[in-house]
Design a binder for this molecule. Structure first.
Ligand code: NAD
Length: 280
């Protein structure tokens, strides 16, 4: 579901979206965000370890008359992060928006079971990558008078109950990283926020093999009774990237169909005859 609502609120802005590809043809959070930022006027660097996965994103942007470039890179590598920023500034002269979207499920298991080496690698991809991208992006944002950084966490970083230890730990760290960075860089006009998606149906989720029953169970965990899509996340990123959110920093925005707001509770029993004495 993509629509054609468009304005030029990001005209003249330059963005980097990491993980802007999607395995298969579906719409991941990074792909949707890149398309929506470009649709509203930004020039967008599409970062992915698999350039081929970013090509469909570029095709979608070009089909709407937008402007993008692909940089094949691994955001867990410092030199690659430096090169992503350099390629962006070389091409378009500035950098205003960074969406740190890359995140992996990582190794499964509780503390007893999880593989320690895989833990280190996944923490590097999910958390250190955001610091590394910011390390090179922030000086360029300062040159341009400020900027907006949007980090992708997850409702798993806000709540307990996840079957693995790695994923919620890394996503919880992103919430703290976001608040700390918001404090460090606010006086330079740089806002840092995060989005916590809930049960969004993306290619990453589909690749785990979801039966209709599993998807129904995911939907039931929301107040709205539905799954989300990458577009729902992208519109949150558009808000946080644009000047409409000029006084918003350090927040975590859940986009989750109300899942973190509470549960729908038990069905209400049939109404009983009134036993309350009427007010006089
Ligand atoms: N899908 C959900 O339900 C959901 C829920 C909560 C949070 N999130 C978060 O949203 C973000 C995106 O998820 P998605 O489902 O859209 O993912 P996705 O798998 O659809 O897309 C992620 C892209 O990132 C790329 N990538 C992976 N590691 C990389 C690296 N080291 N360097 C550069 N690119 C790399 C992949 O090649 C892929 O194209 C993640 O941070 C994820 O944790 C997703």
């Amino acid at each position: 579901m993509t629509d054609i609502r468009r304005d030029d609120r990001l005209k003249g802005k330059v963005a980097v979206v990491t993980g802007a590809g999607s395995r298969a043809e579906g719409i991941g959070n990074g792909r949707a965000t890149a398309v929506i930022l470009a649709r509203h006027g930004a020039k967008v660097t599409l970062v992915d370890t698999v350039a081929q996965w970013a090509e469909e994103t570029k095709r979608l942007i070009e089909a709407e008359g937008g402007n993008s470039q692909i940089v094949e890179a691994d955001v867990s590598d410092p030199a690659s992060c430096q090169a992503i920023v350099a390629r962006t500034v070389d091409n378009w002269g500035r950098l205003d928006i960074l969406v740190n979207n890359v995140g992996i499920t990582g190794p499964r298991g509780n503390a007893v079971e999880v593989d320690a080496a895989a833990w280190d690698q996944a923490m590097r991809i999910n958390v250190a990558s955001m610091m590394l991208m910011a390390k090179y992006a922030i000086p360029e944002m300062i040159k341009g008078g400020g900027g907006s950084i949007v980090n992708l966490t997850s409702v798993a970083g806000l709540q307990g109950g996840h079957p693995s230890l790695l994923y919620p730990t890394s996503k919880g760290a992103i919430v703290s990283l976001t608040r700390a960075m918001a404090a460090h860089h606010g006086r330079d006009g740089i806002r840092v926020n995060c989005i916590a998606p809930g049960t969004v149906y993306t290619p990453m989720v589909a690749s785990r093999g979801m039966t209709p029953q599993m998807r129904q169970a995911r939907s039931e965990r929301t107040l709205l009774g539905t799954e989300g899509t990458g577009w729902d996340i992208a519109y949150g990123a558009l808000y946080l990237a644009s000047d409409e959110s000029r006084w918003v920093t350090g927040i975590t925005l859940p986009i989750d169909g109300g899942a973190t707001a509470g549960s729908r509770g038990s069905p209400v029993p049939p109404s009983q005859p009134a036993s309350v004495t009427p007010a006089r």
